[in-house]
Design a protein around this ligand. Structure first.
Ligand code: FMN
Length: 199
């Protein structure tokens, strides 16, 4: 299955995950700026990775703007953020990222990255500083607030190759489904009926 992994990364975590996925899946891999210049019509699967930004996914608008053009392809989004995998904020944030009609076309995953203040733009550093100051100014800080203040006070790296497993499994299920369709052409052709682990 011809697959491309496209990423938008500011400090390198999303790029790292994109390269891990592409290497494991035997896929092409490129930055969004490069992918925008390419003809993507030959790819059967398109994987897009963007970094988490204020509860959203950076540059997701580009991906969503192409959904109608990519009907019939396997479409996967992964979001890389500073939150650990067990953060309660992840599932609601991912759910909000797509409308119900879009969920029928896309699978989405989260991969923990970290923070790298050395590689961050000045505006991003300022936003992180403002976020930290807002948390510090809170009167009745929860344990989660204190933990967040501790975590974001310096750079850290919680990325791990193991987090790409569900994404690879999702791509593999697609391949298996296609093989099944070749053997049994009357089988359901709805891509959205794959037996996959939901978010
Ligand atoms: C302005 C700003 C907002 C952010 N918002 C979130 C967020 O809502 N959730 C989260 O988990 N991480 C958030 N982060 C952290 C980044 O998503 C995280 O550092 C990610 O690993 C960056 O990926 P990259 O190295 O590919 O740029 C934010 C970072 C910045 C600079």
């Amino acid at each position: 299955m011809k697959t491309i992994v496209i990423y938008n990364s500011q400090t390198g975590f999303t790029e790292r995950y994109a390269k891990w996925i592409a290497e494991a899946a035997g896929a092409d891999c490129m930055a969004l700026s490069e992918a925008k210049k390419r003809d993507l019509s030959t790819y059967e699967a398109i994987v897009f990775g963007g970094w988490a930004c204020a509860g959203g996914i950076n540059k997701l608008g580009w991906f969503k703007g192409n959904l109608d053009r990519w009907v019939g392809r396997k479409l996967i989004v992964f979001c890389v953020g500073a939150s650990p995998m067990d953060s309660p904020d992840i599932a609601p944030a991912l759910r909000r990222a797509f409308a119900d009609s879009e969920w029928a076309k896309v699978k989405a995953f989260y991969c923990p990255g970290g923070l790298n203040y050395e590689k961050m733009s000045l505006s991003s550093r300022l936003m992180m500083k403002m976020f930290r100051k807002t948390l510090e100014a809170k009167k009745d800080k929860t344990a989660a607030d204190r933990e967040m203040i501790r975590m974001i006070s310096a750079s850290y790296d919680i990325s791990d190759r193991k987090y790409i497993r569900p994404i690879l499994e999702c791509l593999r299920n697609y391949t298996a489904h296609r093989l099944n369709l070749q053997r049994n052409p009357t089988a359901d052709r709805q891509l959205s009926t794959f037996p996959e682990t939901p978010l």
